[in-house]
Structure formats: C-alpha cells, structure tokens
Design a protein around this ligand. Structure first.
Ligand SMILES: C[S@@+](CC[C@H](N)C(=O)[O-])C[C@H]1O[C@@H](n2cnc3c(N)ncnc32)[C@H](O)[C@@H]1O
Length: 319
C-alpha cells in the first residue's frame, strides 16, 4: 500500500495517540492487579490444533538447533522460560526431553481458550512414545471426559504478574541452568535490569537462549508505513506509547552485543530475518539521532537468536 505525505502524518499521529491511550490503560489495569492481555495469545490466533503443534515443535527445535544443543544437554536442567504466553507446550517438550524442572514466568496473563488448550495438550500427548506418555502423565493430567487438564507434581511451575526484571524477588541467585524466551525480550522496557537479573539467576556456565523480534510489531507497518517508521519517533513519545504495555523497546543488535560483552558472556548472535540495505538507506535520514548514527548493517536484522553462556569461573557478585 502506497501512502501519501499527508495521510502518512495523519496515520503516524493517529497510531501514536492510540498507543499512548493503550499504554495508560495497561498501566492502570496492572496497578489494579489485572494482568490479562492478548499479547501472548499466540495459539488463540491459530486456526487449527495442527498449527499449534507445528509452532510448539518448531520453537523447541529452534532452541536446540540454534544453540547447538542435543536432548542429552537438557537432561536434569532447571529451565526458566520467559513469557510463554497462552500455552506451555514448549515447557512440556523440555520436561519430556528430561529437564528437571521448567518454570514459566510471565508479566501478563495471556487470555486463552481452555478447550483449545486441552486439545493442544492432547495432540502433544498423541505424538509421544509410550515412555514419553508416562512422563507427560506425571506432569499434566488430561480428563478426556470433561476435556479439562491440570498440571500436577512439581516439575512444572507457572507464575505471572511479575516481569523478569523483578524476578530476583522470587528466585534465589543461580537457580537456573538455562533461561529461554521467544519473542519476549523486545517487549521489556528495562533490558538492563532484565539482563542483570538473568545474570544473577543463571548458574556459572549456564545458557541464555533468546529469540528476539526487532520489528515494529505492526504498530506502523499494519497501516502500510515503512518498517523502520518506529525508529523515527522521539524516545519520550515512544516511552509514553509503550512503557507499560509490552510494546517493542526498539533495542537494536548493537545493544545485545554490548550487553553480552559487558557481562563477559561467551555469545553468538544469529540473524534469522533481515531487511535490505536500500530499504534502510531510504529512511535513515528521518530516524532519531541514536538510530541515525548506527551502522546500517546494525539496523538490518529483523529477527535474531542470542545464544550466550555465562562464564564458569566468573559468578555474578551476589552468589
Ligand atoms: C509475543 S508474546 C510471545 C509468547 C510466546 N513466547 C510465543 O512464542 O508465542 C510475548 C510474551 O512476553 C510476555 N512478557 C512481556 N513483558 C514481560 C516481562 N517483563 N517479563 C516476562 N514476560 C513478559 C507477554 O506477556 C507475552 O506472553
């Protein structure tokens, strides 16, 4: 869709006002203790159980393949999954593969369809071997008459209402061997606090594996504007639009590189999706100064995988 100059300004301001109001609404609701959102309702948007299964299997496989881990590496591990959204299929896959415990932590409670959730868990079970089914049944109980389910035992834990930035209030330092997330870090406004917390929660030698979506999440692209329009909005306005509502924080590739170096992690970043140089050059003069001065190459990535290992002999100060 081609947008003319006047309509472009109108659309940008309409979107800014809409998101400022949305941000204020979420802030107020969270203050009142109401954490339900649709941000993480990924499966509610899928049209079939097989789409959900495909997504869960893909997310699990991506963690293993991008981090070059095998199922053997998961055995006995304590895993923290950030922002699972409306389904715990990925956590189940880790547990069935032999993880000792998976804790899912979400700032919000993603709205979900309980019957659909039952159908997804049943479909996951149907794909398993007899031995895996026994493991599944020790974690989640499916009632095929009422079509309800219940997580049982202590291998799986779900907490919501607090973000990862505040997680040191919940868990002891070095509680986890792995911290994983998909499409979550870009939603967190204070990434410095987030990385410092994750660093404390990881044991020496532990891994972080994060899939990070650096795009505008439809804020301006949904009305046909350039994919980097969101980097042309002044920081003060962007904060008003996004700080409490889990909208993208605009951190770019260079931030993740510097953070990993600062924390002295052994890391690599894989670029999964990338835009093109002409596309970047086209909008670069209009970007905010902090983005304009970046190398165009650092503005190219749209989706990345960060795989980082905490040093074995450099535990964080609080341990
Ligand atoms: C786009 S959804 C991704 C959901 C799921 N990982 C998936 O792949 O479908 C982003 C998730 O991050 C969660 N989230 C946002 N801010 C968070 C924070 N500060 N700490 C933990 N989770 C957060 C949201 O509630 C939501 O569940």
């Amino acid at each position: 869709m081609k947008v003319s100059g006047f309509s472009k300004h109108f659309l940008i301001w309409a979107k800014i006002i809409y998101h400022i109001l949305g941000n204020y609404k979420t802030k107020t609701l969270c203050k009142l203790g109401y954490f339900k959102t649709t941000t993480g309702s990924t499966h509610s948007r899928f049209s079939s159980v097989s789409d959900s299964l495909k997504y869960i299997n893909q997310v699990f496989q991506d963690y293993l393949s991008f981090a070059e881990l095998s199922v053997k590496d998961i055995k006995g591990k304590r895993i923290l999954e950030l922002g699972p959204g409306d389904n715990f299929g990925v956590a189940l896959k880790f547990l069935i593969a032999g993880a000792n415990k998976v804790t899912c932590l979400d700032k919000f409670y993603s709205d979900r369809d309980e019957l659909q959730q039952y159908q997804i868990y049943k479909a996951i079970r149907d794909e398993l071997s007899q031995e895996e089914k026994r493991s599944f049944d020790s974690i989640i109980k499916l009632n095929n008459h009422t079509r309800e389910f219940e997580f049982i035992g202590n291998k799986f834990e779900y907490l919501y209402g607090k973000g990862i930035e505040q997680a040191i209030e919940i868990f002891l330092p070095a509680s986890f061997d792995m911290i994983i997330s998909r499409a979550v870090l870009e939603h967190i406004p204070n990434l410095d606090a987030t990385f410092n917390t994750m660093d404390k929660l990881l044991r020496p030698g532990g891994y972080m594996i994060h899939n990070i979506d650096l795009r505008d999440h439809g804020i301006f692209t949904s009305v046909g504007l350039h994919p980097l329009t969101f980097l042309a909005i002044p920081e003060k306005i962007w904060k008003l639009m996004t700080e409490h509502s889990g909208k993208p924080n605009r951190m770019r590739l260079d931030y993740y590189k510097h953070k990993m170096e600062e924390l002295n992690y052994n890391y690599r970043i894989k670029i999964i999706l990338s835009s093109t140089l002409p596309m970047i050059e086209n909008i670069k003069p209009k970007l905010q100064p902090e983005f304009k001065k970046m190398l165009s190459e650092d503005l190219l990535p749209e989706t990345i995988f960060l795989i980082a290992q905490k040093s074995r002999n450099n535990p964080s100060a609080d341990e």
